[in-house]
Design a protein around this ligand. Sequence first.
Ligand SMILES: [Zn+2]
Length: 253
Amino acid sequence: MIDTEATDLPELPELPGDWQRALAVVAHPDDLEYGCAAAVASWTDAGKEVVYLLVSRGEAGIDTLAPEVCGPLREREQRASAAVVGVDTVEFLDHRDGVIEYGTALRRDIAAAIRRHRPDLVVTLNHRDTWGDGPGAPRNTPDHVAVGRATLDAASDAGNRWIFPELTERGLEPWDGVRHVAVAASSTPTHAVDAGPGLERAVESLLCHRAYIEALTEQEPEEYVREFMTAATSRDAARFGGRPAVTFELFPR
Ligand SMILES: [Zn+2]
């Protein structure tokens, strides 16, 4: 059910559509499916190109599966879930799941990908210490914090010839064309995308992570995913004309 009750918070404007190529950078398989796949479906419907960059393969994500089994399985699930929302290019940086470190190595790897793909929009997931704010807000995981922060930094690093000169030596010329970084699942969103048109594909896309979801919950996977997706896209509907929304905090550059 969509929550359209009055709120004191301001209306959320539509995320600007003045871009053609997006690079979405997250820590784990499933981060984009939990975070913003409905928006991605709308973007690819509109003819925009979206590339996914996964910093790890999520190999530490399932207690009952050893990393060498889990990593390839989750990579397959991620490629399938990306295809559902029109994303054909999925790359992996192979940092170690669970212990991803914020620092220059991560910034350099993400900056290299930005230089390779030359996006106008960079998307990432909540980089703050908690999900939501206020007392008792659940803690975010260190991997998400590290990747979100490094992505915000790398969007600028990619345009500076002198920060990672080794990238230029490898033929990756600076790319200063990132116009916005959009952080999904922020507790202080500034913009939204209508989740309606892409909602069914977002459900299907998250369901591709079946092994992960089956390990996570006793609930029937489709029921779990639908409940999650409906709640997530209803949360800010009152600030978006009553429409289901994927929200982003937009950092202009
Ligand atoms: Zn994650």
